[in-house]
Design a protein around this ligand. Structure first.
Ligand SMILES: NC(=O)c1ccc[n+]([C@@H]2O[C@H](COP(=O)([O-])OP(=O)(O)OC[C@H]3O[C@@H](n4cnc5c(N)ncnc54)[C@H](OP(=O)(O)O)[C@@H]3O)[C@@H](O)[C@H]2O)c1
Length: 235
């Protein structure tokens, strides 16, 4: 559907879930893809699932030097996708401030670090990933609302600062990925039940988010956009 032949693309968080789905779709569309995350084991496993000669890079988005050194050595990319994050979902009163800051440091400051360090070609793009919590608050998710809203606000400023590089954010609803691996059966059943009440009546799949991320890369008129991709969860 999209031609990315010969394009050089980095997917930070490409060892799992939405990032892996995006890396796979880019590789299948002819791009040279690098997937980056912390775990060498997860990267190798994802690279072998994806195939197409995808390369791997070990970086930690919480660490300034790790992100800066990688992108300085890696050179210029046509497109960069940032879907890496590790966040805690819990009510404000049950998390320490340090735990909340750790989550913000991963997803928001991680996005900021990648945006700051990545070298992107003038006709290229940066795509960030937020989450529907940014605009639909829920009890026990105040921190998620704040982190994702911060990523979305950053997108708009970066689109102006980085032009002609285009900067967009895809905001997913509930998507079935390994992010669920820490949840018990009862919680997963509850999530699936909630998804049944959305307009599409089901949870999303990583390849559905990947399709939109690739549209952000390839649509030359799209910048500063926040795309809500949630099967109607926000309605
Ligand atoms: N799935 C959903 O329902 C959903 C809904 C709304 C928003 N989102 C957002 O979508 C994004 C992707 O989520 P997902 O569901 O695809 O999650 P996932 O399957 O858990 O993947 C997360 C990725 O981030 C990497 N990562 C985590 N911490 C890192 C760090 N410090 N440095 C480098 N890489 C790191 C992980 O690899 P390593 O462990 O190897 O580092 C993994 O590749 C996240 O921002 C998430 O908040 C997801």
């Amino acid at each position: 559907m999209f031609d990315l032949k010969g394009k050089r693309i980095a997917v930070v968080g490409g060892s799992s879930g939405i990032g892996e789905g995006t890396a796979k779709a880019c590789a299948e569309a002819g791009a040279h893809v690098v997937i980056a995350s912390r775990s060498e084991g997860k990267l190798k496993a994802a690279a072998s699932r994806i195939g197409h000669g995808v390369e791997t890079a070990t970086i930690d988005i919480r660490d300034d030097a790790s992100v800066e050194n990688y992108f300085a050595a890696a050179g210029r990319f046509d497109h960069v996708v940032m879907s890496a994050a590790e966040v805690r979902i819990a009510p404000v009163k049950t998390l320490t401030v340090a735990e909340a800051q750790t989550a913000m440091n991963s997803k928001f400051w991680g996005s900021y670090r990648v945006a700051r360090a990545a070298q992107i070609a003038d006709n290229g793009s940066l795509t960030l990933v937020s989450g529907a919590a940014a605009v639909r608050a829920a009890k026990g998710r105040s921190l998620q609302t704040a982190i994702n809203a911060a990523v979305e606000a950053l997108t708009k400023g970066l689109a102006l600062e980085f032009a002609p590089v285009r900067v967009n954010t895809v905001s997913p609803g509930v998507v079935e990925t390994p992010i669920w691996s820490g949840l018990d059966e009862a919680r997963i059943a509850q999530i699936k039940e909630m998804a049944k009440r959305t307009a599409v009546g089901r949870v999303g799949q990583p390849e559905e988010i990947a399709q939109q991320i690739i549209a952000c890369m390839t649509n030359r008129f799209m910048t500063g956009s926040i795309i809500y991709l949630d099967g109607g969860y926000l309605l």
